[in-house]
Design a protein around this ligand. Structure first.
Ligand SMILES: [Zn+2]
Length: 287
């Protein structure tokens, strides 16, 4: 299979993400590019439920879960944060799926943990919970070796080793764009030595959309060079909107992937095409 491009967004800040999504969605329609929106489901329970439904309820958009309230689901070494109780973890995983399916009236098959982990879902109990809740895939490997950035390009894999062979993991790739811009009060030790990609150097925060595109382009090119099944980037509507309200960077990326001959699809579509969707889920999706 030729490398495809998956545009994906971690949609997590009610008003700021909604405002940015107005323009993001417009660009996707203008350029006819599908996308996967991982959304924090509490955004669909507040005042902006109708707005999110208006914006995202389109066949070209997949709506996946980014938890219910965006807490750390387990202790996070890089962010020095403590994971919430197991009781809350269950609500975050199961409850978000139910809310999203209720709002959009279609199956929610993907889950992305808040903040990501070097080993994805990692913890066996969490893997089992995500699988048993009816998700087909996770996209939760959000850090490189020793919790460094960028996230290297890693193959999709199953959680068979954790006892769940039907659950797949699609690792993220590249830089969390909010970190590239200094939008979070994040710790400074992100770089790995020796680096995974010695020819890739970012020496300062990016200042312009064109500069941001150049950083992302490295990973798109790398995915193609490695004949990786997909290229994807780590985008947050609130941070994109703060830096580049016109979404020039998105347009540059979409023009570039098209010029390189990459088809744009969602994670759900990629999952189905690769024949990884369990039969019961295919049946549910077609019902
Ligand atoms: Zn997030």
């Amino acid at each position: 299979m030729k490398t495809v491009f998956v545009a994906a967004y971690d949609t997590e800040a009610a008003e700021r993400c909604r405002m940015a999504c107005e323009r993001i969605v417009e660009v996707h329609h203008e350029m006819n590019v599908p996308a996967t929106f991982f959304i924090v489901s509490k955004l669909l329970e507040g005042a902006e439920r109708a707005d999110y439904k208006r914006l995202l309820d389109a066949p070209k958009f997949e709506i996946a879960s980014h938890s219910a309230t965006h807490p750390l689901l387990r202790d996070h070494p890089a962010l020095n944060g403590k994971g919430v109780s197991w009781e809350q973890v269950q609500t975050e995983v199961r409850g978000s799926k139910a809310t999203i399916e209720d709002c959009f009236g279609r199956p929610c098959i993907g889950f992305r943990t808040p903040c990501g982990f070097e080993d994805g879902l990692g913890d066996r109990a969490l893997v089992e919970l995500v699988a048993q809740s009816g998700y087909a895939y996770s996209s939760s490997v959000g850090w490189g070796p020793k919790y460094s950035l960028p996230v290297p390009i890693l193959p999709a894999r199953t959680y068979a080793a954790e006892g769940c062979p039907d659950l797949w993991e699609y690792p993220l790739q590249g830089w969390h764009e909010n970190v590239l811009k200094g939008h979070n009060a994040t710790p400074g030790r992100f770089l790995l030595w020796p680096p995974v990609y010695p020819d890739h150097v970012v020496t300062r925060f990016v200042k312009r959309p064109e500069e941001e595109f150049e950083v992302h382009r490295y990973f798109i090119d790398k995915a193609i060079e490695l004949e990786h099944e997909y290229a994807t980037l780590i985008w947050h509507p609130w941070s994109l909107g703060k830096f580049d309200p016109e979404m020039r960077m998105l347009k540059l990326c979409f023009e570039y992937v098209r010029a390189r001959g990459l088809e744009c699809i969602t994670f759900a579509e990629l999952h189905a095409r690769q024949g990884r969707m369990p039969a019961r889920m295919l049946a549910a999706a077609q019902a």
